[in-house]
Design a protein around this ligand. Structure first.
Ligand code: ADP
Length: 431
């Protein structure tokens, strides 16, 4: 309401009262006439207020009462507010509808969950992938509907940094990729993707590598065997001795690569984490140390620091392979006179096995890629020392199978530290 229309109303009212007073004076009943006029003014204002209330109650902006002056302006302003509100509401609804249509059309499944993991909403793809039923499943906990243990575990841990791939139950061999994205105040967005094709391709690749390595093993054994026999034959032309020894070395290297490839395939083929047996880490690393010292030709100081008698729950062959690879590397990349320390201890975060050397070290840019298959900092040096480039990939996989992680710290020229961190659930006190 602009001030002028209010002033006009006031002026008109005062004018009416003044006129009533004058007329009243002429008839000698000023009080009565003024009272009548005031009452009439009041009745009119009450009438207009009643119509305004009636109109507001009806919630129909198009049926605005007809009034002029200040009331008319008030009605106009209310109508404008109402229209603006309706416009924004329509726009919000339209936006919401578009948003829903676009999320519904996403080929990946999207499920909105509240902090208690109960379903608030899901799109068509999620319904199809997870077998959800229309409104019937809204409000239910998602882990009551998707019951695969890996998924339930993933949802409950609260650490969503690494997505999980789960083989769906049912006849079809379907693989689903789940990722949870927290948003808002504790709400969760669950993204589901069908990765069956990728999983099958990955399985084919694994099978191919495993089969090829397996097929190469027997011919290689034959070749190595003959080369071994020939190299021991005294009648062999001395001119051929050098090439034969080189062929033997290369055949052994190929055998080592095939052995590592097979080991990696075996580790990759396992889908669930092995329960395993309690492993006496102290005894295991003592054996590793003496095996190493019996083999290495250069002088190395290999120390053991076994600070806990706790056993490690795991598959001994895999843990042995992981620790042996780390020790082997430390020895390979530490020149004569250097030292290697193996340490096993526990704290509230779990069990830790560390191999620390005073060797050549690794430049920072290589560290993130070391566990890739065939990644070597110096390919020539690795080959010369009989490395396959698969050692750390095996370590990483063997540790992953046991819920453990590998941490690499190194400084060029100073040495390296490889730490394996096992969760507390993998530790058992000795019997
Ligand atoms: P390789 O068979 O070549 O040793 P790995 O996968 O075991 O393959 O290691 C990958 C690369 O990481 C090696 O080629 C080497 O460059 C580097 N590396 C591994 N361990 C050490 C170490 N203790 N000190 C220095 N470099 C290392």
């Amino acid at each position: 309401m602009t001030v002028s229309s209010w002033w006009a109303l006031l002026a008109r009212s005062l004018l009416a009262v003044a006129a009533a007073y004058l007329v009243g004076m002429t008839v000698g009943r000023a009080g009565l006439v003024v009272a009548i006029v005031l009452a009439a003014l009041l009745v009119r204002q009450l009438y207009l207020l009643m119509r305004l209330l009636q109109w507001l109650r009806r919630d129909r902006v198009d049926l605005a009462p007809d009034a002029g002056g200040a009331w008319g302006e008030l009605i106009g302003l209310i109508a404008r507010l109402f229209r603006r509100k309706q416009y924004h509401k329509r726009r919000m609804l339209q936006l919401l509808r578009e948003l829903r249509h676009s999320t519904a059309a996403i080929p990946d499944g999207v499920v909105m969950l509240n902090p208690a993991a109960e379903i608030l909403w899901f799109n068509r793809a999620a319904a199809q992938l997870l077998n959800l039923r229309g409104r019937g499943d809204v409000g239910l906990r998602v882990d009551n509907l998707v019951r695969r243990p890996e998924f339930v575990q993933y949802l409950r841990t609260g650490d969503y940094s690494v997505p999980v791939v789960v083989q769906a139950s049912g006849v079809s061999e379907q693989y689903l990729h789940f990722q949870v994205v927290p948003y808002g105040t504790g709400q969760l967005l669950l993204l589901v993707r069908d990765v069956t094709r990728q999983a099958h391709l990955e399985a084919m690749r694994r099978d191919f590598v495993a089969n090829a390595s397996h097929e190469l093993r027997s011919p290689l054994t034959v070749i190595s065997g003959y080369l071994e026999t020939i190299s021991q034959d005294e009648n062999v032309d001395p001119m051929l001795r050098g090439p034969i020894d080189e062929m033997r070395r290369q055949a052994l290297r190929m055998a080592a690569i095939v052995h590592d490839l097979l080991e990696l395939s075996r580790l990759e083929a396992e889908t669930s984490a092995p329960a395993g047996e309690p492993i006496d880490v102290g005894a295991l690393v003592t054996r590793l140390r003496s095996d190493l010292l019996a083999r290495v030709s250069h002088s190395l100081d290999v120390r053991l620091e076994i600070e806990t008698a706790d056993r490690l729950l795991g598959v001994e062959a895999q843990i042995h392979s992981a620790f042996a690879n780390l020790l082997e590397n430390a020895a390979k990349y530490t020149p004569a006179g250097g030292s290697i320390t193996m340490r096993w201890w526990r704290d509230e975060n779990g069990g830790h096995f560390v191999v620390k050397d005073t060797g050549i070290g690794i430049a920072a840019e290589h560290i993130p890629r070391l566990t890739e298959r065939f990644y070597r900092v110096d390919a020539g040096r690795s080959r010369a020392s009989g490395g396959s480039g698969l050692g750390l990939a095996i370590v990483k996989h063997a540790l992953q199978r046991h819920g453990a992680s590998l941490q690499i710290e190194s400084e060029e020229g100073q040495g390296s530290t490889f730490s394996c961190h096992f969760p507390p659930a993998r530790l058992v006190a000795p019997a």
